[in-house]
Design a protein. Structure first.
Length: 322
């Protein structure tokens, strides 16, 4: 009896199956995601699929959500120098506190390896878990050194805070002002006072700012402070659950028209839904923003466009007939 020869799919079809399985270009995937698992499987098929799958794993799946994943990634870099060329990553190697010198050092090393190519970064790091006066191990200085190397960063999301990297008390520019190529910025619970908007105005390429549960919105005239420094167009998105969302006046005259007659700054409120009654607004907002950043949809969110300042802001009225 004649033995049947095995039939194989042409390589072109196999590679086409691989590429057709990919997510959109700006999506980051967790290790457990089916597409991540599929790409890992393709690294075991043959040399050609391994090369292509590794390329897409670097593009979509550098998701360092644990201390062990960060250390394993660093240990793999010497035999695989291509791991230095990552362009996007999710980083959450700490658990409840950053008071962990080895993990802080590994984070600094990771940024040292990837700073030339890294353009998109999402972090979920509890930077306020160890304040400067309690930082006996010096982890904040180590992290500052690492983050300062990210010279080519274009998109940054901090899920838990405003990138709190101070090593001493006192006023200083926001740390992200060091990244002059930054185009999109999303931070949690920043104090958006006049200094904050001056910092935003310093950024020559910044296009979109997403602020989750920001403080001092009712105390600061956003457009007035921003346009004191520059005349560049920018989009501002204010994120919060509906019950604590900022409310704005209904003025028909005056308001922001005098400082922004050409509507160069778009300010919108976006209310994040709470799935179940009693859910924590803080965790709800942080999870929602993290998922939006990972899926790449955050920067496309459109809220209610606001034409006038928030309540409790004093705005000089335009005299009638004047």
């Amino acid at each position: 009896m004649e033995q049947l020869k095995p039939k194989y799919l042409p390589l072109e079809i196999v590679l086409n199956i691989l590429t057709c399985s990919l997510p959109k270009p700006n999506v980051l995937l967790a290790p457990s995601h089916p597409i991540t698992q599929l790409l890992l499987s393709f690294t075991l098929v043959c040399k050609e699929t391994r090369t292509l799958a590794n390329r897409y794993l670097l593009r979509h799946c550098v998701y360092l959500s644990q201390e062990t994943r960060l250390s394993s990634y660093l240990l793999t870099i010497p035999p695989r120098p291509d791991l230095r060329t990552v362009t996007a990553l999710f980083l959450a190697p700490f658990s409840d506190t950053i008071d962990n010198l080895p993990t802080a050092t590994w984070t600094r090393e990771l940024f040292g390896f990837t700073c030339k190519t890294l353009k998109r970064l999402i972090i979920d790091i509890p930077l306020r878990s160890c304040y400067p006066e309690d930082d006996h191990l010096g982890v904040r200085a180590v992290l500052r050194e690492g983050f300062s190397r990210l010279e080519n960063l274009e998109e940054f999301v901090s899920v838990r805070d405003e990138l709190y990297l101070r090593i001493r008390d006192g006023s200083e520019p926001a740390f992200w002002t060091q990244w002059k190529r930054l185009k999109r910025l999303a931070v949690y619970n920043p104090a958006v006072d006049s200094r904050f908007w001056h910092d935003v105005a310093k950024m020559p390429k910044l296009e979109t700012v997403a602020l989750t549960r920001a403080d001092r919105l009712r105390e600061t005239n956003i457009k007035k402070e921003y346009f004191k420094q520059c005349q560049r167009s920018i989009k501002v998105l204010l994120l919060d659950v509906d019950e604590t969302q900022i409310r704005f006046t209904k003025m028909l005259r005056g308001g922001w028209d005098s400082v922004d007659p050409d509507k160069k700054m778009t300010i919108a409120t976006y209310s994040i839904p709470i799935p179940f009654e009693g859910d924590c607004p803080v965790e709800t907002c942080q999870d929602y923003v993290r998922i939006g950043a990972e899926t790449g949809t955050l920067w496309d969110w459109e809220g209610e466009v606001i034409q006038h300042p928030p309540k409790h802001i004093f705005v000089q009225q335009v005299p009638s007939g004047g």
